[in-house]
Design a protein around this ligand. Structure first.
Ligand SMILES: [Zn+2]
Length: 373
């Protein structure tokens, strides 16, 4: 049997010979999509010449209806400001040949390449972010939602779930990867770093009625407005009883913790620092805190302390590239803690920069800043 030509079907729809009811009665469920496609390829447009070129190419290659749908789907993903117009692209993609899957892949790659060169592509693509579905129940009683994010955001999002999912699968090898990722998401997923059980970290701003007085042994002593004192442990119990990790953050100075004389940060300090920033604080970096290292803002050899106020999280690359000696000529720039969080000082002496990744709004300091705004 000769393959059904897509253009032939679209012409039948456009001329009114093939109606919606007829398509449905023939047993196809995509009538709506076919009709839209007929409007695109045969309906009125200001780009008649390119439309005709697209149709000629599709006819010549005998593109199927599914192939035309794939062409149109990718054409619509062209970002504004690309080097070609939508109709130029549609005509070009109609010259693709092969199976529907092959055309799908080639069209996707072509549009991705075009979009890469669009100025401010990332922000334009970000407008396409979405969380869809979740409203229809299937026969098993399940609902499905899909999330659409720019690739770097998705990588960061899944990266936050991965450590928990891996841990769950270690504990229960019968879990599939997808089940474990779902469990990680339900568990809050973005738990603290390190080989720890998936326990959520609760961010507690230092209450107005308490002030950091001093450090004592393994705890912080707070002075209360009624003239009494309280240990950090007691303060935390005051706020919440059922959580295992509670980080206390000062809105300006950042995490509150003990002075440490060891060079290596304790797991507790790592947890505080990871939740403080969620991602490496270097602008545009997307490495998650879980995949990062503890970085001494004042290098150990420069007399830095293993005190949370003098540390942050930084990815391996930015930890290594950091200009540790503030007196040496700047080469790559350096991270510094300033009121409200850790910032990056560029080597050209320009103003300090923050990592403005949207995920960081969920970091401890992001949440506290939002709570004060
Ligand atoms: Zn980094």
């Amino acid at each position: 049997m000769e393959a059904l030509r897509g253009v032939t079907v679209l012409e039948a729809i456009a001329s009114g010979h093939l109606t919606r009811q007829r398509i449905v009665s023939l047993g196809f469920r995509d009538a709506g999509a076919w009709i839209l496609l007929a409007e695109v390829f045969l309906g009125p447009t200001r780009h008649r010449k390119l439309q005709a070129q697209a149709l000629d190419a599709a006819r010549e290659g005998g593109l199927s209806l599914d192939a035309l749908r794939v062409v149109d789907k990718h054409t619509r993903k062209l970002l504004p400001g690309a080097a070609v117009t939508e109709w130029e692209l549609r005509a070009e993609l109609c010259h693709l040949r092969g199976t529907v899957d092959e055309i799908d892949r080639a069209a996707s790659a072509r549009v991705r390449d075009l979009n890469r060169t669009v100025p401010d592509a990332e922000n334009k693509a970000f407008a396409g972010r979405a969380l869809k579905g979740g409203k229809n129940t299937d026969a098993r009683g399940l609902r499905t939602a899909t999330i659409t994010l720019p690739e770097r955001h998705m990588t960061a999002f899944l990266g936050r779930l991965l450590p928990t999912a891996r841990r769950l699968r270690r504990d229960n090898p019968r879990l599939t990867y997808e089940q474990a990722m779902a469990d990680a998401l339900l568990a809050g997923g973005t738990g603290p770093s390190g080989p720890t059980p998936p326990v959520p970290l609760v961010v507690v701003p230092v209450p107005e009625w308490a002030q950091v007085l001093r450090r004592e042994k393994d705890d912080t002593i707070f002075g209360l407005t009624d003239g009494t004192t309280m240990t950090g442990r007691e303060l935390v119990e005051q706020v919440t009883a059922e959580h295992h990790y509670v980080g206390v953050y000062h809105p300006v100075e950042g995490p509150v913790d003990l002075y440490r004389s060891e060079r290596t940060a304790s797991p507790k300090q790592q947890k505080l620092l990871a939740a403080e920033t969620l991602l490496c604080p270097t602008p545009v970096c997307t490495t998650s805190a879980d995949d990062s290292q503890v970085h001494h803002l004042k290098a150990w050899k420069q007399g830095g302390n293993t005190n949370v106020a003098e540390m942050t999280i930084a990815c391996q690359v930015h930890n290594a590239r950091n200009d540790d000696d503030p007196d040496a000529p700047p080469r790559n720039g350096r991270l510094e803690r300033e009121p409200g969080g850790v910032v990056f000082h560029p080597p050209d002496g320009g103003p300090p920069q923050r990592n403005r990744h949207p995920l960081r709004e969920l970091s401890a300091m992001g949440l506290i800043a939002a709570g004060r705004a």
